[in-house]
Design a protein around this ligand. Structure first.
Ligand SMILES: NC(=O)c1ccc[n+]([C@@H]2O[C@H](COP(=O)([O-])OP(=O)(O)OC[C@H]3O[C@@H](n4cnc5c(N)ncnc54)[C@H](O)[C@@H]3O)[C@@H](O)[C@H]2O)c1
Length: 402
């Protein structure tokens, strides 16, 4: 492709704004290769103000739309989809069918059936389908993987402990996220998609999950339009995770038990451990995590970052940090750009994204079925009881009955 790649950002809410900042960072180092040709949001005022932001740093025109269908007329090469999860399948498939490449925010979709349709459409249309997950592309996660796989400092990973126990009687995030039919579920499919993807990247895929999910409190959520609904996400999720490598994981995420405020993450191997108890569970381990290794050696993950960088060949460096970018969101955007321009491979293509989705859904399928569930049976569609409730709607299948 000789001319500049024309990108449209669809959805200018919380993460759409973050993506526009990321595209700006890419423009600073690779601006000659692309332009933000359009922004789209059903909220016209938000679409307008987002375009204004782009015009601060881009001289070529950016058009403003309230309907994504406007973008499928051949004027756009790639759509960056930052829409609520229930719209991912519809918008990505329409774009791909129209010959437009698509990058979709995590999670790929709400069900395996939807994710498969997206993958099949991309294959049929011979277009890129990438999942935007920023965390695995950060230096902290790249360094963690390197420590585990290349240095021998940690030994064989045996145990992952991931716990977040907080008291959040009034959730601040409202809107589509709190409705199962629009968001697909709670932690395991939403923020948990980051942790699940990172863990699979670091120690390999999960093979099975034994989970308990509950809604302990019926928390009212007040919507901007005046509606009051009950938060349909789980507020208690606990699971035993088994990885294909043999590593065992213990996960616990609770937001409705008082006197609780505790985060902790640890990856414990036969000779060392990476421990993060001050950060953010779904993005763990963060650079401040401590690395405990043989001989009482204790350094932060950040300290190992330069050793990791020094271990990379120039080609690997460019692959992990295209154009020298180091921010996860900017890296995923640059990678999408290079996939469209040069046909380069994206790191999280449809199959990897489907695996992450199947793992997220395995938590809920296990909670509903009351048994250990393999990721394979979710991925191949032989178990989908929970996913059927996503379409049926709200409280038809309450986790409390598990
Ligand atoms: N990577 C991350 O760290 C991260 C963080 C937050 C959200 N996300 C993901 O990003 C996606 C969006 O989440 P968000 O928090 O930005 O949501 P949001 O509600 O803040 O933003 C969504 C935007 O889409 C617009 N919209 C809704 N329907 C539309 C339509 N039919 N056509 C055009 N625009 C429409 C809304 O007006 C809104 O501005 C979700 O899939 C979520 O899981 C990822």
């Amino acid at each position: 492709m000789s001319s500049r790649v024309r990108i449209a950002v669809v959805g200018c809410g919380l993460i759409g704004a973050e993506h526009l900042r990321a595209w700006r960072a890419v423009a600073r180092v690779a601006g000659k290769h692309f332009e933000i040709a359009a922004v789209c949001d059903s909220n016209g005022a938000l679409a307008e103000s987002s375009a204004l932001e782009v015009r601060r740093w881009q001289t070529t025109p950016v058009t403003v739309h309230t309907s994504y269908e406007d973008l499928l007329d051949g004027s756009i090469d790639g759509v960056d989809i930052c829409l609520p999860t229930y719209l991912h399948e519809q918008v990505a498939c329409s774009a791909l069918d129209a010959g437009v490449h698509a990058m979709v925010e995590k999670p790929l979709a709400m069900t395996i059936q939807a994710g498969r349709r997206m993958r099949d459409t991309a294959v049929r249309a011979n277009r890129v389908l990438s999942m935007a997950e920023d965390h695995r592309r950060t230096a902290a996660i790249r360094t963690t993987r390197w420590l585990v796989h290349e240095t021998g400092l940690i030994g064989t990973p045996e145990l992952i402990q991931a716990q977040r126990v907080r008291y959040e009687p009034n959730p601040t995030r409202t809107g589509w996220r709190t409705q199962r039919a629009l968001g697909g579920g709670g932690w395991a499919i939403d923020n948990g998609a980051h942790l699940i993807d990172s863990l699979a990247y670091i120690v390999g895929p999960l093979s099975s999950v034994t989970a308990v999910a509950k809604r302990l409190h019926n928390t009212p959520v007040f919507h901007a339009n005046g509606d009051t609904r009950i938060d349909e996400r789980e507020d208690f999720l606990s699971a035993l995770m088994t990885f294909e490598s043999g590593t065992t994981g213990i996960f616990s995420c609770v937001s409705s038990l008082p006197h609780a405020d505790d985060f902790s993450f640890a990856l414990r191997g036969t000779t060392g451990a990476i421990v993060d108890d001050g950060g953010q569970l779904f993005h763990a381990p963060l650079p401040e995590a401590r690395v405990h290794a043989r001989g009482g050696n204790r350094r932060s993950l950040r300290d190992f970052h330069k050793d990791f960088l020094a271990s990379l060949s120039p080609r690997e460096h460019e692959k992990y940090f295209p154009f020298g970018l180091t921010h996860g969101f900017a890296i995923e955007c640059a990678e999408f750009l290079l996939a469209i321009r040069d046909g380069a491979q994206v790191e999280i293509g449809a199959d990897t994204a489907l695996n992450t989705l199947a793992t997220s859904l395995a938590f809920y399928e296990s909670a509903i079925a009351g048994r250990t569930v393999s990721v394979t049976e979710v991925l191949n569609g032989s178990l989908s009881e929970y996913q059927k409730t996503i379409k049926v709607g709200p409280l038809e299948s309450d986790f409390k009955r598990v």
